[in-house]
Design a protein around this ligand. Structure first.
Ligand code: CA
Length: 411
């Protein structure tokens, strides 16, 4: 399939992708839903008003500031709308000759100001990378106790705060809190150990009734799509506070996400087998299909005063030990109700070697292996005015299905 628009083969937004986002422009301050295509945004509110979705959707869903209304229509509608948009943008589309409509519905991407794509009711953060959990466990508790006894039996998680989830480009204020000084005495201070966490998150697309768990066999029907997540972390606050209830203020001051939601349908061709699970999970968590994805992930760091970002990690979604279906099924196994627009993040995605670590804590190994930049500058953790950029894509045959990027600067 080819688009009538010129799309570079390394563009994240090929006609095979079509991710959804919420945006505004200077000349139209209404936030509305669009789809990324090449270097353009297709304004779905215009397409909707022109009647192109009339045979599929009976109400207006794209003229509002979140994807929740559209998502609530369910998987079959998502799929029909996707096909419709794909046909509209394809080489033999009648849209390509309708210059008046094209002028109104195709907007240069740099003119679109992006917003959070969903109204996020609840946010949960998992801890699904075995490599990350092992690395952090070694640093915090020693090699013998690296993985806690439950880790290989269930996807560990904690409840985060949706109120501090922000879209890419939002500046992140360094948090204050309790940290330990050199004599192990608590003091009030700004965090000295600011970190990022390379993660991916998925949005819930279908609700279950409270008391009724989601089953593994149809778990992915309840997932709408995915984004890249930077779960900012203050390691010194985290280390002092986390016993016994886990992450709290070291985590909930900010979480950044990429603005374009890549649908599970677009990701389908990139499913791969995940890591072998030994011991076998309990029955309710046993995989029925592959739900790991070959998504190449990259983290760059641009330090204060430099214009040159440096790639400091290359990881992959497929390294996750617990896959998206297992995360969702475990979350609802007690009857917990999942709601449309809820965000479930994977936890830091670290890979098997030193080039694929998903946090500064691991890359600098608690500050003992600083990252070296030009002119002898080095970083153990993030300083003010440092920017972190995360990006990721799936490589198809001559095209990409990508996520764009999530950027954040510490202030
Ligand atoms: Ca995290």
């Amino acid at each position: 399939m080819k688009s009538f628009l010129k799309i570079d083969s390394d563009s994240h937004f090929s006609i095979h992708n079509l991710p959804y986002g919420v945006f505004k422009t200077t000349d139209n301050q209404n936030s509305r839903v669009g789809v990324a295509i090449g270097d353009k945004v297709l304004d779905l509110s215009v397409i909707e008003k022109a009647g192109y979705f009339d045979s599929i959707i009976s109400k207006t869903v794209f003229s509002c500031g979140s994807l929740n209304s559209f998502i609530s229509l369910g998987k079959s509608v998502w799929s029909q709308v996707r096909s419709k948009i794909q046909r509209l943008l394809s080489d033999d589309s009648d849209l390509k000759n309708n210059l008046e409509l094209i002028n109104r519905c195709l907007i240069p991407m740099q003119m679109a100001e992006m917003y959070l794509p969903c109204e996020i009711g609840d946010y949960t953060d998992f801890y699904s990378s075995r490599e990350h959990a092992t690395n952090v466990g070694i640093m915090f508790r020693g090699k013998e106790n690296a993985l806690n006894p439950n880790w290989l039996h269930l996807p560990v998680a904690y409840h985060g705060r949706s109120s501090s989830i922000v879209v890419s480009g939002t500046q992140i204020k360094r948090p204050f809190g309790q940290i330990l000084d050199a004599e192990n005495k608590p003091r009030f201070s700004s965090s000295k150990l600011m970190d990022f966490e390379l993660e991916m998150g998925f949005f819930i697309g279908k609700e279950n009734t409270m008391g009724h768990p989601i089953e593994i066999k149809n778990a992915t029907d309840s997932i709408f799509g995915m984004v890249i997540v930077n779960d900012w972390s203050a390691r010194d606050i985290q280390k002092w506070e986390y016993v016994p209830l886990g992450p709290f203020l070291g985590k909930n001051f900010a979480t950044s996400i990429s603005p374009w939601v890549v649908t599970m349908e677009a990701l389908e061709p990139f499913k791969v087998e995940g890591p072998l699970q030994d011991p076998q999970p309990l029955n309710y968590l046993k995989r029925k299909e592959y739900n790991s994805y070959d998504i190449k992930l990259e983290v760059s760091l641009k330090i204060d005063g430099s214009n040159q970002p440096k790639v400091i990690s290359r990881s992959n979604h497929k390294y996750l030990y617990w896959d998206v279906a297992q995360q969702l099924v475990h979350h609802s196994v007690n009857g917990c109700k999942m709601q449309i627009g809820d965000l479930l993040a994977s936890g830091t995605i670290s890979g098997p070697d030193k080039t694929s670590l998903g946090s500064m804590l691991e890359i600098s190994w608690k500050g003992t292996r600083p990252i070296k930049f030009e002119n002898g500058i080095q970083r153990k953790f993030l300083q003010d005015n440092d920017s972190v950029v995360m990006t990721g894509y799936c490589q198809g045959n001559g095209y990409r299905v990508g996520f764009g990027e999530v950027e954040g600067t510490i202030i």
